[in-house]
Design a protein around this ligand. Structure first.
Ligand SMILES: Cc1cc2nc3c(=O)[nH]c(=O)nc-3n(C[C@H](O)[C@H](O)[C@H](O)COP(=O)(O)O)c2cc1C
Length: 196
């Protein structure tokens, strides 16, 4: 695969089986994260690895978070989250080590974490693994974040489920980039993606 083929064939995968990347493979994947653009070299990304027997423990913290946010959360939702967090080959909690008083604005710090996450997803794909970035209300729960090692002002940016794709999937249809591109020549642009 050429680098372009690799970029253009990546798709999120949420049906994941063992194996997860080995320690060496993961280290290489995370090295890609360190290549993300990062204004001020703040390195705001943090990766919390949840593997093996730690997964059901994390799942219970996630369930507690869901119930904190909604005491009436339906059982099927709790069960789905419990099952996914307990059985994904590897869960990576995405941390944002934020510096609210720094001259680099928070939104730029958060974007650097997002850019690094995209590199992680691409690197996983390049090595034959799959992953999906998930979030939900729990991502904004400061108690859960602190339990994982991200006390305020630090935050979660979500979770990556990581493993080996269970099957070869039909690549999803992608939009035409022309719909999201416009040349500015002096007047405000508009995009065909925004036209009804
Ligand atoms: C910050 C962020 C949070 C996301 N949270 C969820 C989520 O909780 N559940 C979900 O199904 N997809 C979520 N997604 C979308 C998936 O990660 C993925 O992009 C989507 O399934 C489409 O697949 P694709 O990456 O191949 O286009 C999230 C994406 C981002 C960037």
């Amino acid at each position: 695969m050429t680098p372009m083929d690799m970029l253009l064939s990546r798709a999120s995968v949420d049906t994941l089986i063992e194996p997860a990347p080995s320690a060496d493979q993961l280290s290489e994947v995370l090295a890609a994260a360190m290549r993300a653009p990062d204004h001020g070299k703040l390195r705001p990304w943090r990766y919390i690895l949840i593997e093996g027997d730690a997964r059901p423990l994390a799942a219970e913290r996630v369930i507690a978070s869901m119930l904190r946010l909604d005491a009436n959360a339906p059982e099927f939702k709790l069960n789905k989250r419990r099952q996914r967090f307990s059985t994904m080959p590897l869960v990576i909690a995405l941390g944002m080590h934020l510096r609210p008083d720094h001259k680099i604005p928070l939104w730029e710090q958060e974007m650097a974490v997002a850019a690094a996450t995209m590199n992680v997803l691409n690197a996983l794909h390049a090595k034959g693994f799959g992953g999906i970035w998930v979030s939900g209300d729990i991502t904004e729960d400061p108690v859960l974040a602190a339990e994982l090692g991200l006390p305020a002002p630090h935050k979660l940016a979500g979770f990556l489920f990581v493993g080996t794709p269970a099957q070869q999937c039909e690549p999803p249809r992608r939009p035409d980039p022309a719909q999201f591109t416009a040349s500015w020549t002096g007047s405000p642009v508009s995009f065909s993606a925004d036209k009804e």
